[in-house]
Design a protein around this ligand. Structure first.
Ligand code: HEC
Length: 203
């Protein structure tokens, strides 16, 4: 065998190994995954809200992956059980995130179900959490002299609304809140047949 064919054979072997490790094996592991109990496909409004979440970079500060107690005390923080593959069944692309400048949002719909709170918090996080470093998103809202029919006025804590004006949620804010409210992966998870601990509820 001359040098060129050895090089070619070596290259093809490496390519085959990489393809099986990165494509074939993950596919075989995940192809039979079913949605976790209680998880429904997103509605049209929730999907639009998901786009707003992506466009505004929420993922740069918020993860969606409660971890095992061996890695982080997420269940003590009230972020929910350890996530499993079926929790992401309808997520494309998934929004796992890696940064946790803010809390994990995988179960924010359960922890904070109030649309009024979410709208007010997006308009001005510091109205609810003093010293919060989350950015405010004023461009998701309109400031008007008076609410018009069909408007969703935002109820803010005293002193945070512009004087003599009404803050009204734009469609993007309402969609984003619909998405946040849908985040609920608290459905029961059966232990995987191979005894994979990540599928067991966290202690
Ligand atoms: C620069 C980092 C940063 C970005 C970007 C960011 N957040 Fe936050 N977020 C935080 C921090 C810090 C907190 C905790 C303090 C607070 O509640 O304001 C938080 C809290 C929250 C909470 C309340 C969580 C709880 O457990 O009470 C929600 C909901 C939330 N963020 C949603 C969003 C959404 C939606 C976006 C995108 C539009 C976003 N955040 C963008 C940092 C960020």
């Amino acid at each position: 065998m001359n040098n060129e064919s050895a090089l070619l054979a070596g290259g093809m072997t490496m390519l085959a190994l990489a393809t099986s490790a990165l494509v074939v094996i993950p596919y075989l592991q995940l192809k039979d995954i079913k949605p976790t109990e209680g998880i429904k496909p997103y509605t049209a409004a929730q999907l639009r809200g998901r786009e707003v979440y992506i466009a505004n970079g929420c993922i740069y500060c918020h993860s969606q992956q409660p971890r095992d107690s061996g890695f982080a005390p997420d269940s003590k923080r009230g972020w929910g059980r350890v996530s499993v593959a079926g929790d992401y069944y309808y997520d494309n692309p998934h929004l796992l995130g890696t940064m946790r400048t803010g809390p994990d949002l995988m179960n924010i719909g359960v922890r904070q179900p109030s649309a009024d709170w979410h709208l007010g918090h997006l308009y001005q996080p510091r109205a609810y959490v003093s010293g919060s470093i989350m950015p405010s998103y004023p461009y998701l809202f309109d400031v008007k002299d008076a609410a018009e029919p069909g408007d969703k006025p935002v109820t803010l804590p005293p002193g945070y609304a512009p004087p003599n004006k009404v803050v009204v949620a734009r469609a993007e804010a309402l969609d984003l809140v619909a998405y946040l409210q849908s985040l609920n992966r608290t459905g029961a998870v059966l232990p995987a047949p191979d005894g994979n601990t990540s599928a067991k509820p966290d202690k």
